[in-house]
Design a protein. Structure first.
Length: 281
């Protein structure tokens, strides 16, 4: 898919398992397991799906997945698939980490920025040596001093070295990255998460990050137990789903195990999914 000056491509950096109850909050299991079946430990499958934007002078990666700094215990807890990695997926697109010019991070939870750093010669360094990294200032500040509720999701080795190396650029609020990329700040899931909008005069795609991880969570009450301000999430979903339906946006899902994209429409039951796609056509 082409939007503006960018060619859009999917990069699958991993597949993991997280507790279904945590992923669906107050929704009863007999409802959510119809679309997201759980394993024997009640874990549902999540893809860590990242977006690659390629122009004549830029190769931009949105989010970096889980990374590979996990010990065996954590690999088992999160059911990390050892056969999939960000570097392998970049290779399938003819790219090396050195080729990435910019990394835009939606937020600093471990499943979105774990691949931002790597271990080399017993030192944690940026995974993309020629890239500038971008994150909301308030999310970085929150990640450095998270609440007791969500501190397990903020692992400082994934992002603190970026600041120390001077490659982390802090963004203040909603702004434009360039003529085709802009940031939409939301606060329900965590403080100052930024959704990424890629648009031109004929098409708009919203990288939903953790506002809507799965296609099945387009329904308003389907909200994660991880969200620190669930009522804020409700209002954010209402706002952006209405815009998506009114303006025919394409929604891009960072965690759905089967579908990368969908459109939504108005119906008698509210806003519902319309067309779904496994990947770009």
């Amino acid at each position: 898919m082409q939007i503006g000056k960018y060619k859009l491509k999917t990069v699958i950096s991993g597949k993991i398992g997280l507790d279904g109850g945590a992923m669906f909050g107050i929704i009863p299991k007999p409802l959510w397991e119809k679309t997201n079946p759980a394993d024997e430990q009640n874990r549902v499958t999540l893809t860590t799906r990242n977006l690659l934007l390629i122009s004549d002078d830029k190769k931009i990666l949105i989010d970096t997945g889980m990374g590979n700094k996990w010990d065996d215990k954590s690999k088992n807890i999160y059911r990390i698939d050892p056969e999939i990695s960000l570097e392998k997926s970049l290779q399938l697109n003819g790219l090396k980490p050195d080729d990435i010019t910019d990394v835009i991070l939606t937020h600093l939870h471990f499943d979105h920025t774990g691949g931002s750093t790597k271990i080399e010669n017993d030192k944690i360094i940026p995974s993309f040596p020629n890239a500038k990294y971008f994150i909301q200032r308030k999310n970085f500040e929150w990640g450095m001093n998270p609440s007791d509720r969500d501190k397990g999701s903020y692992i400082k080795e994934n992002f603190e070295p970026l600041a120390k190396e001077g490659v982390l650029n802090l963004i203040d609020g909603e702004t434009d990255f360039d003529e085709n990329i802009s940031f939409k700040v939301i606060n329900g899931h965590t403080i100052a998460q930024q959704m990424i909008m890629i648009s031109d005069s004929s098409a708009s795609l919203l990288y939903c990050c953790d506002l809507i991880p799965f296609v099945s969570q387009i329904r308003i009450p389907y909200i994660m137990g991880y969200d620190i301000q669930p009522l804020v999430t409700v209002e954010e979903k209402k706002k952006y789903l209405k815009l998506a339906a009114d303006e025919n946006w394409i929604l891009y899902f960072g965690h759905d195990p089967d579908y990368a994209l969908a459109t939504v429409k108005h119906s008698k039951k509210g806003i519902v999914q319309d067309e779904v796609f496994e990947d770009f056509q």
